[in-house]
Design a binder for this molecule. Structure first.
Ligand code: AMP
Ligand code: MN
Ligand code: MN
Ligand code: MN
Length: 278
């Protein structure tokens, strides 16, 4: 059986390693089919594709788009996109454009909470000045020694109601799905188990996604529990969606799940790659 990992990050967004090093690690960890899915960015794809070819990995282009739906942030993965598609490129540029301003606001709030100069300090962890993420702030705050790990930093400083949290409006679901489909790709709802929606809202999201031409949901991901694999396998079947699998690896000492290390998809679902020529 193929080891397929269709979700991870490089330092082109909030991962730790450059795209080629992520490719090398995917190969070393037994991945056969690999997609790099940086947040709101496709500029790591050329390096990723070239490295994948050199290591004999089957490569799938990818991106993870930040959207706002019902006032919550949701992530939509696009797979098999043409990364040069103009609408997609423009859409991503627009999606990234608020990040620097947001980062300055986060730093102002963190300064009031007793963490000065966080913008400048977080920059040390930023690989792409166009893509400053909460994760880069988290790495700096962790360095200060006030929290035991990245999750605790998010819980104490960077999530809603905490001092460094700045609400942000991302792309719309409609735009993200249309950029992905317009670039020849398929849209996938990332880690659905992470959203704080009740059943009614989750149903509405899935219906709207389906109606817009969305294709799949992540079933087996680094952010799901074993119970959630079953829950979202059932969702995939009930809504006629295909299923995806991806570690959401960000870095060796940070991510709970390494590249290629997840269990296979449940046999009750149809993999998003079922009709791909691999
Ligand atoms: P941003 O797009 O700047 O809001 O940052 C979102 C990123 O922060 C996600 O892609 C994750 O990598 C990371 N993140 C969010 N919540 C957590 C958490 N509770 N623990 C660890 N990382 C998180
Ligand atoms: Mn991330
Ligand atoms: Mn995500
Ligand atoms: Mn991700």
């Amino acid at each position: 059986m193929l080891n397929v990992d269709l979700h991870c990050h490089s330092n082109v967004s909030d991962g730790v390693l450059p795209p080629a090093v992520v490719a090398a690690r995917a190969k070393a960890k037994g991945v056969d089919v690999w997609a790099l899915t940086d947040h709101d960015e496709v500029s790591g794809i050329a390096e990723a594709r070239e490295a994948a070819a050199a290591f004999g990995l089957k490569y799938v282009t990818g991106v993870e788009i930040s959207i706002t739906w019902a006032n919550e942030t949701v992530h939509i993965v696009g797979l098999r996109v043409d990364e040069k598609n103009e609408n997609l490129v423009q859409g991503l540029t627009y999606t990234r454009s608020g990040r620097e301003r947001r980062a300055h606001e986060m730093a102002e709030q963190l300064a009031i909470a007793g963490i000065p100069n966080a913008f400048e300090r977080a920059l040390k962890y930023v690989g792409n000045p166009d893509l400053i993420s909460r994760t880069h702030f988290a790495r700096y705050i962790l360095e200060l020694g006030r929290c035991k790990d990245i999750s605790e930093v998010f819980a104490n400083y960077l999530t809603e109601g905490k001092p460094g949290y700045v609400p942000h409006r991302w792309a719309t679901l409609k735009d993200a799905v249309s950029w992905i489909r317009g670039a020849g790709g398929v849209a996938v709802i990332a880690h659905p188990g992470r959203y704080k929606f009740n059943d009614v809202a989750m149903d509405a999201l899935l219906n709207e996604f389906k109606q817009l031409g969305g294709t799949a949901v992540e079933v087996v991901t680094g952010s799901h529990t074993v119970e959630e694999y079953e829950r979202f396998a059932k969702v995939a079947r009930n809504y006629g969606l295909l299923a995806s699998r991806g570690s959401d690896f960000h870095g060796p000492n940070e991510s709970p799940v390494d590249l290629g290390a997840l269990p296979p998809l449940p046999s009750s679902v149809v993999p998003v790659w079922h009709d791909w020529r691999l």
